[in-house]
Write a protein that binds this ligand. Structure first.
Ligand code: HEM
Length: 348
């Protein structure tokens, strides 16, 4: 029987077989061999030591890894993050755009809402880069980017577009436009993908929510049980065998928040959705809890993610929306982003 892991005993979270096998086989384990050249790590202390031992290299960075073989400089990545943060702040500060209907299938409904809220004024050739279907293959993404970059015309400096889109206005050649559009995709898409996934996970795990539980606690608990970034990979490095002799000189290490977040030595009732536990825990200093990565190099986007997810929850809770009482199972596919799919949200 698939592992459930929800607080709502009537709902079953059906993990893809490989994730299900990881949870069943290695929960409570510390260091284990997953592949001839890959060691899995669930021990929270060792995860902390490994991530502290060296910074991520550019290929290990989720957002700003090289784009079509070209490295992204620190200055460029900072400029992109500044632009997208401004856009998110502006979206959160503007008055609600009239009645919104967030019922329907999640995470898609949340994704569309965020896309329109934050990047609504952007031209079609950019908005299409947030299409969920582009996740299927990077080749398709680059075809869409290449076509968009080849189209004549681009937003001028005064066009009413997002700050992120306005970064494109300085690109003059086809190659520069392609690069700028690739960066747009790298920063805009995760805002819609990751936040809608996180909120879908929270809805699935616990909705309808008790009135007295703050959104923040719902999200922290959803990030624990269904961490969208469920694994962190670091390629073989001399620092690693020095920390644990079970790691060989050529072994990559796959650290698994998926497992440390359910470690029975750390969490009471580890599979249960209990948001109230966060009243007494500091999420930034809880060993083994790293939904946004290690303290040394935590996610640059987390300050946008949490308020956006809270906004979505405000609307959902205000409108009395929750997972349909008729839905009893949802699948979590094997993907880079861990999340439930096909969640039906209805007015209760
Ligand atoms: C639920 C939402 C998100 C989660 C759970 C998440 C999680 C993470 C994690 C675990 C890391 C560290 C990875 C590692 O050390 O290997 C990270 C890094 C990072 N994240 Fe996020 N993230 C989220 C959303 C976002 C968004 C929306 C953005 C940008 C728009 C973003 C930008 C970054 C950046 C720039 C880094 C630093 C590494 C790099 O340069 O790529 N994240 N994130």
């Amino acid at each position: 029987m698939p592992l459930s892991g929800t607080g709502r005993s009537t709902r079953e979270t059906v993990f893809a077989p490989r994730i299900d096998a990881l949870l069943r086989t290695y929960r409570g384990a510390q260091v284990f061999r997953l592949e001839p050249d890959t060691v899995g790590i669930a021990d929270p202390v060792l995860i902390d030591e490994l991530l502290r031992s060296r910074p991520a290299n550019e290929f290990e960075r989720p957002t700003f890894k090289p784009l079509q073989g070209k490295s992204i400089s620190r200055a460029e990545s900072s400029a992109v993050m500044r632009a997208v943060s401004q856009d998110v702040r502006a979206a959160l500060n503007k008055p609600a755009p009239g009645p919104v209907d967030l019922s329907g299938e999640w995470p898609q409904a949340g994704h569309r809402y965020l896309r329109d809220l934050i990047f609504g004024p952007d031209p079609f050739r950019l908005r299409i880069l947030m299409d969920r279907r582009l996740e299927w293959t990077p080749k398709l993404t680059w075809t869409v980017i290449g076509t968009g970059a080849a189209l004549p015309g681009r937003p001028g400096p005064a066009a009413p577009v997002s700050h992120l889109a306005s970064l494109l206005s300085s690109s003059t050649t086809y190659g520069e436009r392609r690069h700028a559009m690739g960066l747009y995709r790298r920063a805009a898409a995760p805002v819609c993908f990751t936040v809608s996934t996180l909120v879908a996970n929270a809805l699935w795990l616990g909705s309808p929510f008790a009135d007295d539980i703050p959104n923040r606690h719902l999200l922290l608990e959803a990030l624990r049980l269904l961490p969208p970034s469920w694994n962190l990979l670091r390629v073989a490095s001399p620092e690693f065998p020095a920390l644990d002799r079970r790691i060989g000189a050529r072994d990559d290490v796959l650290m698994l928040p998926l497992l440390s977040h359910r470690d029975p030595d750390i969490w009471s009732d580890p599979d249960a959705f209990r948001p109230e536990r966060w009243a007494d825990i500091d999420p930034d200093h809880q060993l083994g809890y790293l939904p946004f990565g290690h303290a040394n190099e935590r996610c640059w986007g987390r300050h946008m993610v949490m308020p956006l997810a809270e906004r979505l929850l405000d609307v959902l809770r205000g409108d009395g929306l929750a997972v349909s009482p008729h839905q009893t199972a949802a699948k979590v596919p094997l993907a880079g982003l861990l999340g439930v799919t096909g969640v039906r949200v209805t007015r209760q």
